[in-house]
Design a protein around this ligand. Structure first.
Ligand code: FPP
Length: 251
C-alpha cells in the first residue's frame, strides 16, 4: 500500500528489461515482447503522473543495443517511431513533456524528425517529464561531457582549477533534471548496464523478477512503497542527513 504520509519519488528511472524472455516464455518471437513492452510505457508514465512523480527516465535503446541483429534494431526503431507519432496528441492533452537523452543522430532520420517535433509540441507539459534514453550510454555521455568541458577550458571560459562536480553535471545530457530518486530494473538482473552512472550515485535501487511487459501499475506501486520505506542518508549519519534535508527544504 502506498503511504500517503511519505513522498513519492520526484524522479524515477527505469531499466526496462526482459522483453525477449517474456516472448520466449510464450513461444513468441522477440519482436512480440518489444511490442508488449512498448504498450506498458504509456500506462506506467500516466500512472506515475497521477501519483505526482515529476520526472521519469526510461532506457528505451542503449548505445550497446546497436550491436543487436539488424532486424531487431529495425523493429525497435519502428516501435519507437509508432509510439512517438501515436502518443504525441495524448501526451499534449495529459501534460506530458517529452525529452530524450543519448546520441540521437544515430537514429533513423524520420524518427529523429518525429522525435524533435514531439519534443517541440509537448514542451509546455507541466505534469511530468518523460525522458527516453535513446542510443544512450552513460560512458558515452561522460565522454561527451568531457569534450564540452575541454572546449570550455580551451576557449578560456573555464579555468581547470574551477572544474568541480557542478561543471561536469552541467555538461551531462541530464543537466536540466534532478538525479533519480528511485531506479527500477525489471527481469531480476543486478547491474546498471551503462545507465546514468553519474546520476545514480545516491539513487535507491529496486529490482523485480517481473519482465518489463508484466510490470503493471500494481508492480509500480510496490516499487514506490518499497522506496518509501528506505532511509536515505547520502553517506551521512541519520541526524546530519535530516539536517541537510531541512536546509535544502528551507532554501
Ligand atoms: C530489453 O529487453 C529492452 C530493450 C531492448 C529496450 C526497451 C524497449 C521497449 C520497452 C520497447 C520500445 C520502447 C518505446 C519507448 C516505444 P531484452 O530484449 O533485452 O530482453 P531479454 O534480456 O529478455 O532478451
Amino acid at each position: 500500500m502506498l503511504q500517503s504520509t511519505s513522498p513519492v519519488p520526484q524522479h524515477i528511472a527505469i531499466i526496462m528489461d526482459g522483453n525477449g524472455r517474456w516472448a520466449q516464455e510464450r513461444g513468441l518471437p522477440r519482436a512480440f515482447g518489444h511490442r508488449a513492452g512498448a504498450e506498458r510505457v504509456k500506462e506506467i508514465v500516466e500512472h506515475c503522473s497521477d501519483l505526482g512523480v515529476k520526472y521519469i527516465t526510461m532506457y528505451a535503446f542503449s548505445w550497446e543495443n546497436w550491436e543487436r541483429p539488424e532486424e531487431e534494431i529495425h523493429q525497435l526503431m519502428r516501435l519507437l517511431d509508432e509510439f512517438i507519432r501515436r502518443e504525441t496528441p495524448d501526451m499534449l492533452k495529459k501534460g506530458i513533456r517529452l525529452q530524450s537523452i543519448g546520441r540521437i543522430d544515430h537514429l533513423p532520420e524520420d524518427t529523429v524528425q518525429h522525435l524533435k517535433q514531439s519534443i517541440k509540441e509537448t514542451a509546455g507539459g507541466k505534469k511530468i517529464c518523460l525522458t527516453l534514453a535513446l542510443s544512450y550510454g552513460s560512458r558515452q555521455e561522460i565522454v561527451d561531457a568531457v569534450r564540452t568541458v575541454a572546449g570550455q577550458v580551451k576557449s578560456g571560459e573555464l579555468n581547470p582549477k574551477d572544474i568541480d562536480e557542478r561543471s561536469i553535471q552541467q555538461a551531462l545530457y541530464t543537466a536540466d533534471y534532478p538525479d533519480p530518486d528511485l531506479l527500477v530494473r525489471t527481469s531480476g538482473e543486478l547491474r546498471l548496464s551503462n545507465f546514468l552512472l553519474w546520476q545514480l550515485s545516491y539513487t535507491e535501487i529496486y529490482v523485480t523478477e517481473k519482465n518489463w511487459p508484466d510490470f503493471d501499475i500494481v508492480e509500480l506501486e510496490k516499487a514506490i512503497t518499497e522506496y518509501q520505506k528506505r532511509d536515505r542518508r547520502y553517506g551521512k549519519t541519520k541526524s546530519t542527513a535530516k539536517e541537510s534535508e531541512r536546509i535544502s527544504l528551507r532554501s
